[in-house]
Ligand binder design. Structure first.
Ligand SMILES: [Zn+2]
Length: 380
């Protein structure tokens, strides 16, 4: 894992990203279309978009234009960030735009498979107030050997500490080569994870690319309710996602987003919410896939937290134990086996957010049951 501090305007911030990781960014931009280790587990549709066929290049360019115009109007800071990365890395804007938007364009293609991954739970703890815990999972191909796990942080993971000219100071946990950021926390403690939901309707582009939403959200949102308001006002390009969010005032909400639709999942009366990879909000219930693995993991989490509450209380240690759970149906720590426990899910990271203490506890590069959390404290 590397740490990078970014200051100033979006352009100033991202020139530093481009300069620091220039070789890797240029290599990734020029490798566009060729398989890289991290793309091994991408779907065929996602791979196809990394190098669009000449037959559909007009459609591809039209989708790029649709994204570009929408982002420029609704989150121009993302465009400035891409310009800065391009300047710092010595690439063209087009190369950096394509690098950051190709996954969102890929997800507009028709697809039948259901890609489930990642789970989250939020609860009030006795020792740290509200805590959000999430696992980082992907789904493996049973025809291939299981991926090797490094057992430590790798160089793909970067913690960005951002002190912007305007907007909220924040921390992002993201990639060195793209602006994708799936986890973050800001000075109001607004902290988010990101879970896959069933794919949205095909051929619907336009909007903020789902993998850049977190970067745009974290510098704007002053509370969980404000985050919901912001996300309601944006179209999210292509695929659907659930954004579990907590804040330093104890707010707690899961925001489900499918293209221009938004649904809110509020905590149960016991103050807990658990989410995996299916719609739970009343607003988007018609899109639910009734996925068994997702329902199993939600049940495992809810029952575990309920038992802890009945025994006298939930602590940070309880939340750490939650992401290490193994169960006959719906394990949270998944080792890639077929069957109802793991359903081919492969868990390689976990993050706990402690927004009232400006802390993250992060576990990376191995199954949660096999490694330890490291604590990061932020001085906002
Ligand atoms: Zn395990």
């Amino acid at each position: 894992m590397q740490e990078l501090t970014l200051r100033g305007s979006p352009f100033d911030q991202s020139v530093v990203i481009g300069d620091t990781f220039s070789e890797r960014i240029r290599a990734r931009a020029s490798a566009c279309g060729r398989l890289t280790p991290e793309s091994e587990y991408l779907s065929e549709a996602e791979r196809a978009s990394e190098c669009p066929d000449s037959d559909d290049s007009i459609l591809y360019l039209a989708q790029c234009a649709e994204l570009l115009f929408y982002i420029r109007e609704h989150a121009p800071d993302l465009i400035e960030l891409m310009h800065g990365v391009a300047r710092g890395a010595g690439c063209t804007f087009e190369e950096i735009f394509r690098l950051n938007c190709q996954r969102a364009i890929a997800a507009t293609r028709p697809r039948e498979d259901i890609f489930t991954s990642c789970s989250a739970v939020a609860a009030r703890t006795d020792d740290a107030g509200i805590v959000l815990a999430r696992t980082g999972d992907y789904e493996i191909d049973p025809a291939k050997p299981k991926p090797l796990l490094p057992g430590t942080w790798d160089n793909d993971a970067v913690v960005f500490e951002v002190v912007p000219d305007s907007g909220m100071r924040h921390v992002l946990f993201g990639s060195a080569e793209t602006l994708v950021a799936g986890d973050g926390m800001n000075e109001a403690g607004v902290s988010f994870g990101c879970l896959n939901l069933p794919y949205g309707p095909p051929r619907t582009g336009g909007g903020i690319p789902y993998n850049l939403v977190g970067r745009a959200l974290v510098q704007r949102a002053e509370s969980v309710e404000h985050a919901a308001q912001i996300l309601s006002g944006w179209r999210q390009a292509s695929r659907a996602k659930c954004w579990p969010v907590v804040d330093a005032a104890g707010g707690c909400l899961a925001i489900e987003k499918c293209f221009d639709r938004t649904g809110l999942v509020r905590a149960a009366p016991d103050g807990v919410f658990a989410q995996a990879n299916d719609y739970l909000s009343p607003e988007l219930r018609d899109l639910a896939d009734h996925n068994e693995s997702s329902a199993d993991r939600v049940r495992t989490l809810r029952e575990f937290i309920s038992r802890a509450q009945a025994r006298g209380g939930v602590t940070v240690a309880t939340m750490e134990a939650a992401v290490r759970l193994h169960a006959e149906a719906g394990s949270l720590c998944r080792h890639g086996d077929a069957g109802r426990s793991d359903t081919l899910g492969f868990t390689t990271s976990a993050v706990l957010y402690l927004p009232e203490q400006s802390k993250m506890r992060v576990l990376y590069g191995d199954h949660p049951c096999r490694t330890h959390f490291q604590e990061l404290t932020f001085d906002f």
